[in-house]
Design a protein around this ligand. Structure first.
Ligand SMILES: NC(=O)c1ccc[n+]([C@@H]2O[C@H](COP(=O)([O-])OP(=O)(O)OC[C@H]3O[C@@H](n4cnc5c(N)ncnc54)[C@H](OP(=O)(O)O)[C@@H]3O)[C@@H](O)[C@H]2O)c1
Length: 328
């Protein structure tokens, strides 16, 4: 049986620290920890803690800090000695926010700040959340966890640089760092600019949605599974340190099939989805599917939410958050 930190040592009394707690993935990790009544510290940028306050559970704590200010970070987290740190914060996840300097600062600079904090605070496991964008030029399907990175975008480059920094500087600081690369994540709370919310907004309004041909194949992980997977790595004593793992399903789904399935669940006329109205982006790989077997071997984790279950949960959350007619 695999050993888990919480079951084996004093880590049970030490919190998990989550950076980027106001974000899509970070908030899902916090919700999961709250559901477990676990101790955790949810770190947000100044002015953003309201996003997480309703999701703290009995033993969660929200902290606002500019992590790149080392003195402010020390003060804000004085006395906090996390067992694990899950670094979800990253600049540029939204494709509209990809100027190079903020990308570098909000990935490389921010990761360095958290590595230094983690070393000083005696963190046992640093889970650095990476991205399939780091692979860039894709030469295999599924992509093995240790495939070389050849980024083809500023975002992919900044993410790859942050992952390399986490491994190298982490080792130099004596930290146990695992880079966990997410592929496509979907679910309640995802940004309005993303595919499913766009499809739902169009169906809600009964409006045509111009789309690409939608022939791209993607590996889509439900956000609650992403949270469980990150926590599984954070807690697995024998999760490999100094290595990269893929957190994904290993299954590909065509974008047009996904959008059609969403329309069927609504239910709405799939003819509103205007495939081929937009050109396919040149830098997008046709197939982007990861091999999750190394992460499963290290932690026992596998994704359990079927696409239909995940889509339905996403739809229900969308309807709850979107009063009828609000976008009409
Ligand atoms: N979502 C996906 O499909 C997906 C796929 C692959 C990889 N990932 C990875 O998963 C991680 C989380 O992504 P996400 O979807 O949760 O993104 P998100 O919703 O955009 O959240 C990003 C988080 O990082 C914070 N942040 C952004 N720039 C920052 C900066 N300069 N300094 C400090 N904090 C900053 C944000 O704070 P504010 O709320 O204050 O802006 C937010 O809490 C990222 O590492 C991303 O690369 C996500």
């Amino acid at each position: 049986m695999r050993a888990h930190l919480a079951a084996t040592d004093a880590a049970a009394d030490r919190p998990v620290l989550v950076t980027g707690a106001s974000g899509f993935v970070g908030l899902a990790v916090c919700r999961r920890l709250a559901a477990e009544s676990a101790r955790f510290v949810a770190v947000c940028r100044p002015g953003r803690a309201d996003t997480v306050r309703a999701h703290l559970g009995p033993h969660g704590q929200a902290v606002e800090v500019d992590a790149t200010d080392a003195d402010a970070l020390r003060r804000a987290l004085a006395g906090v000695q996390p067992a694990a740190l899950i670094h979800c914060a990253a600049a540029g996840v939204h494709p509209g926010r990809r100027e190079v300097e903020p990308l570098v600062a909000g990935n490389v600079g921010l990761t360095l700040a958290w590595l230094r904090f983690a070393a000083a605070a005696g963190v046992d496991r640093f889970v650095h959340v990476g991205s399939c964008s780091e692979f860039g030029r894709v030469t295999a399907a599924p992509i093995p966890a240790e495939a070389p990175t050849q980024p083809t975008s500023a975002y992919g480059g900044a993410k790859a640089a942050a992952s390399q920094l986490a491994l190298g500087v982490g080792a130099a600081l004596g930290l146990r760092v695992t880079v966990v690369r997410l592929f496509g994540v979907y679910g309640p709370g995802e940004g309005d600019h993303r595919l499913l919310p766009q499809v739902f907004f169009a169906l809600e309004r009964g409006q045509r949605l111009p789309m690409t041909a939608g022939t791209q194949v993607r590996d889509l992980l439900f956000v609650n599974d992403a949270a469980r997977g990150l926590l599984a790595v954070a807690r697995a004593v024998d999760a490999p340190a100094g290595r990269c793992l893929n957190l994904c399903t290993g299954q590909g789904v065509q974008v047009r099939a996904l959008a059609r399935r969403a329309a069927a669940l609504w239910p709405a006329d799939a003819a509103l989805l205007d495939f081929g109205a937009l050109p396919t982006r040149g830098d997008e790989p046709e197939v982007l599917v990861g091999d999750p077997s190394a992460l499963t071997a290290a932690t026992g984790f596998t994704a359990t939410t079927s696409l239909d279950e995940g889509l339905l949960a996403t739809l229900v959350a969308f309807r709850a958050a979107t009063p009828r007619g609000a976008h009409g």
